[in-house]
Design a protein around this ligand. Structure first.
Ligand code: DSN
Length: 414
């Protein structure tokens, strides 16, 4: 390793972070442990060049191999998800979504998405985000009694406001999306339907969540969550998308470059290509299945300990706990669990009476711990630790030692 000689300060901090990851349970549902091959590509010489433009149509010389890498990446995404066109240049999920708006709407046009406090994403039209400041945003949500998406209310809002673009996707929704229902609602007014599958991309690739491909026009995703790649983003156009608008691929490509971005991060694109290869294997299908099984077992155990779960459980990789009956805020729970070596995040719950910075819930998930090889037995143990720590903060230190012992048996991938 050269880094310690060049910059011992940064090398030291990276070393400490590695040790933190090795000795704690990463349970933030949007995070994962990437493979060594992915990280080798990220740290490769590909970080050195500009590549503005697209393969075969660049604004810089010397890009023979960059072109090949980007084409391989696009083709792998096309094959894995079964789509017609892919752009792999978005720097991450928010820029990908921004490009969809930029390609399809004019400022002031109406867009619709699930509201952030009900589990949606900032870029789906939440009031502090560009998506609500530059466009007229209408938000749908979940029902108060069962926390499932209120499709009827949404259909009514669609009829009333006639949005040009409708988003489906979430950061804290533990259930399956009914793509068919969304497509009927969007088609009834001729709106573009976009699926943001950032959280569930790995579950879709692993065939444990229904694919939106037959139902939506556009799909955006990050590449670093359940898909287990580097930080990055992709935009995909489906057959249905091309049938609606034959120019959609060009509109999206032009929105990314030159519309919003400059030079793509080709080291990330190479790493995305590797993660897509990994996600095409049978091993990955087993992984995705185990992510869901682990989340379900964890949810069942938490219910046994008297935790209230939003929607009563989970169908995917994440769980949202309403902590109000435990007398502990989301922030306090996040802090206690961190002290115990279990990393989760405080999160608003639907209809949360508490403010967003001190919400009533925590969000946790199984993608990263499943990448370490943990299975049902470990989920039972983790639920018991969570219960101990939320019941009494004096248990944090004891649990911390036990977590360390378990982590030794499940090293990080590679
Ligand atoms: N920040 C991501 C998450 O944690 O879900 C969403 O973009």
């Amino acid at each position: 390793m050269n880094l310690p000689k060049v910059d011992s300060q940064i090398a030291g901090l990276i070393g400490k972070e590695k040790e933190r990851q090795e000795t704690t349970l990463e349970m933030i549902p949007s995070e994962n442990h990437s493979s060594l091959a992915v990280r080798e590509a990220l740290g490769s010489i590909l970080t050195d060049k500009y590549a503005e433009g697209y393969p075969g149509k660049r604004y810089y010389a010397g890009l023979e191999y960059y072109d090949q890498i980007e084409n391989i990446c696009k083709e792998r995404a096309r094959m894995l998800f079964g789509v017609e066109h892919v752009n792999v240049q978005p720097y991450s999920g928010s820029p990908a979504n921004q490009a969809v708006y930029f390609a399809l709407l004019k400022p002031g046009d109406t867009t619709m998405g699930m509201s952030l406090p009900h589990g949606g994403h900032l870029t789906h039209g939440w009031k502090v985000n560009f998506s609500a400041k530059y466009y007229k945003s209408v938000q749908y949500g979940v029902k108060e009694d069962n926390h499932l998406i209120d499709y009827e209310e949404m259909a009514g809002l669609v009829r009333e406001h006639q949005p040009k673009l409708i988003w489906v996707g979430a950061t804290a929704y533990p259930r399956i999306f009914d793509w068919e229902r969304f497509t009927k609602i969007a088609d009834s007014i001729g709106a573009y339907l976009a699926a943001d599958i950032a959280h569930i991309a790995g579950l879709v690739a692993g065939e444990v969540h229904p694919s939106p491909v037959p139902f939506v026009h556009i799909i955006t995703t990050t590449t670093h969550k359940t898909l287990r790649g580097p930080r990055g983003g992709m935009i995909m156009i489906t057959k249905k998308g091309i049938e609606k608008d034959v120019e959609l691929p060009q509109k999206i490509d032009r929105a990314i470059f030159p519309g919003l971005q400059g030079g793509p991060h080709e080291n990330s694109i190479a790493a995305i290509a590797i993660c897509l290869k990994e996600a095409s294997t049978l091993d990955f299908k087993h992984y995705a299945r185990q992510v869901v099984v682990n989340a379900r077992v964890l949810a069942e155990e938490l219910l046994r300990y008297g935790f209230r779960l939003i929607s009563g459980g989970t169908d995917n990789h994440l769980i949202l706990i309403d902590l109000r009956n435990k007398g502990v805020s989301g922030a306090e729970a996040q802090d206690r669990l961190e002290r115990a070596g279990i990393t989760v995040n405080k999160n608003s719950i639907p209809f949360d009476p508490a403010p967003p910075f001190k919400p009533s819930g925590i969000r946790l998930g199984t993608p990263a711990i499943t990448s370490r090889g943990m299975k049902e037995e470990e989920m039972k143990q983790i639920a018991s630790w969570i219960n101990d720590v939320i019941a009494d903060e004096n248990n944090c230190e004891k649990v911390r030692e036990e977590v360390k012992e378990m982590c030794k048996k499940f090293p990080l991938p590679n």
